[in-house]
Design a protein around this ligand. Structure first.
Ligand SMILES: NC(=O)C1=CN([C@@H]2O[C@H](COP(=O)(O)OP(=O)(O)OC[C@H]3O[C@@H](n4cnc5c(N)ncnc54)[C@H](OP(=O)(O)O)[C@@H]3O)[C@@H](O)[C@H]2O)[C@@H](O)CC1
Ligand SMILES: [K+]
Length: 466
């Protein structure tokens, strides 16, 4: 798990004031970190082009050109002439060493974008937009210095934004890198130290980025065991029973000792797989209940309320987010909500926290998750998206490992089953949400068919090899 920060300016200030490091020292480390990355990954036969802007992001780029000069065939292209104090100083040093400067974009093997970093605002001029187009369509390996140029502080992207293969970010990870919109521009991310170790540079935070290695799979350490030791997951089987069947199968495969679908249909007509049980009422020994998936109008409000009155741990999804009866359980501690953006907008409206569009939510995902978790501090919220956000009270976790493979009907039902299974097996709601989400993204990662072909069945099949 890595720490995430809203801004790193205050962390830089700590370096100046508490550790007596100068801006020049920090920048030299930033440039040296990028140079080390290039040396480690590319031979000096490969040509490098560094495109710089007028501020300190550009200054990082000019310093990098100086460090590689003499060793690599490196050229500098000024998208904007140096203007900040540090950029002017770096320009002076580069000139003294006769670093090559070119006037127009040229093809290269390694392309570094140092046009603008955390100081970006507005949109680019037509000239820089054209330059970014040439950079983005280049065959070169693309490195973003600190952040891809065009990414704003909030994580939204300009009309023209650099599309990186890797983003080498300075000092610490910024939250903005993990808004859904940034996902197509970021590439891989690496953090570069700025003259003190990351541990000392970073301060307290309540936002974290989940690593795949954080995944804790259900352990079956107990030798003297029977199925009752691993929980009983019950799922409401609604109008579209296939959804709860997929959830249930995922839950069973992920370790729940028993899985029961609860519904009123004639089970002979439903073609329930033999490994799942079917009941007309909630089994007494249920340890977690999943409801919402494929629910439709199968149950009346009164019937649903009766299910919700049970004090068992619950994972709630889909159709329930448009029902006012959800308000009755939002003060409870053992509830996980897993809305996608449209459902979260509906939830925000029902709770009267905000009346916003899906577009506005997507631009301010962090803010609205914080708003909801502050209003309902006992609820574990999982907001689906390209980068899943999980929040409880004042702690927030981003799972960035999801991929477009998962953009398919039924993926969310499998996720509910995975989380429900962990909840049934005794994980806390927060742990069930975190580890269920990590397992879900790992299943997609492990799938080795074509990206477009992943089905819920493939996900369920992969659970055995996690
Ligand atoms: N702090 C530190 O100790 C360290 C900081 N470090 C580095 O500094 C970076 C932050 O530097 P920063 O604050 O100078 O901002 P930066 O990202 O260069 O942007 C400002 C420049 O961009 C320009 N600009 C803005 N909008 C624009 C637009 N639409 N289109 C075109 N241009 C636009 C704006 O131009 P202006 O509007 O003033 O003409 C101004 O000149 C940070 O990302 C990291 O790389 C590292 O070395 C580690 C140590
Ligand atoms: K940049």
């Amino acid at each position: 798990m890595q720490k995430l920060f809203e801004e790193v300016g205050s962390l830089d200030t700590k370096c100046y004031e508490e550790f007596f490091l100068s801006e020049d020292i920090l920048m030299e480390h930033a440039a040296n970190g990028m140079a080390s990355y290039i040396r480690a990954n590319f031979s000096n036969k490969q040509t490098t082009l560094i495109v710089t802007g007028s501020g300190n992001n550009g200054a990082d780029g000019i310093a990098l050109a100086r460090l590689l000069h003499g060793e690599y065939d490196v050229s500098l292209l000024y998208a904007k002439v140096p203007k900040s104090q540090m950029a002017l100083l770096q320009e002076k040093r580069a000139k003294a060493l006769h670093v090559k400067q070119i006037k127009e974009f040229q093809e290269c093997d390694i392309l570094v974008d140092a046009i603008v970093g955390t100081g970006f605002s507005g949109e680019f001029s037509a000239e820089i937009t054209n330059l970014l187009h040439a950079m983005n369509t280049s065959r070169a390996f693309k490195i973003a210095c600190d952040v891809p140029s065009g990414l704003t502080k909030s994580g939204t992207c300009a009309k023209a934004t650099f599309c990186a293969d890797v983003t080498l970010t300075m000092g610490a990870l910024k939250k903005a890198l993990f808004l859904d919109e940034a996902k197509d521009f970021l590439g891989k991310t690496e953090v570069l130290d700025l003259g003190v170790s990351r541990k000392l540079y970073e301060s307290q935070t309540n936002w974290y980025l989940l690593d795949m290695q954080d995944l804790k799979l259900p352990a079956r350490e107990r030798k003297n065991a029977h199925k009752g030791n691993f929980g009983h997951l019950s799922l409401l089987c609604g109008e579209k029973p296939g959804a709860s069947v997929m959830s249930g199968l995922a839950g069973l495969k992920f370790g729940a000792g028993l899985v029961t679908l609860v519904g009123y249909e004639n089970q002979q007509l439903l073609h329930i797989p033999h490994s799942l049980m079917y009941a007309h009422a909630l089994p007494d020994n249920t340890t977690a209940l999943a409801l919402g998936m494929g629910l439709g109008a199968e149950f009346s409000d009164e019937e649903l309320q009766d299910f919700l009155k049970n004090d068992i741990a619950m994972i709630i999804d889909a159709d329930v987010f448009s029902m006012k009866l959800i308000l009755k359980i939002l003060s409870r501690k053992n509830i996980i909500l897993t809305p996608h953006p449209k459902e979260f907008v509906s939830l925000l409206k029902i709770t009267e926290l905000a009346n916003i569009s899906v577009e506005e939510l997507q631009q301010k995902r962090f803010k609205y998750v914080e708003l909801f978790c502050k209003a309902y501090p006992h609820i574990t919220l999982l907001l689906k998206g390209a980068n899943v956000i999980i929040g409880l009270n004042n702690n927030f976790f981003i799972n960035p490992h999801g991929s477009a493979k998962l953009a398919k009907a039924g993926s969310g039902d499998v996720l509910s089953g995975l989380i429900g299974s962990l909840l049934a097996q005794g994980y806390t709601p927060l742990d069930a949400a975190i580890h269920g989400s990590l397992a879900h993204t790992k299943l997609a990662h492990n799938y080795n068919g074509s990206d477009f072909s992943l089905t819920p069945e493939d996900l369920i099949q992969g659970i055995g090899n996690l």
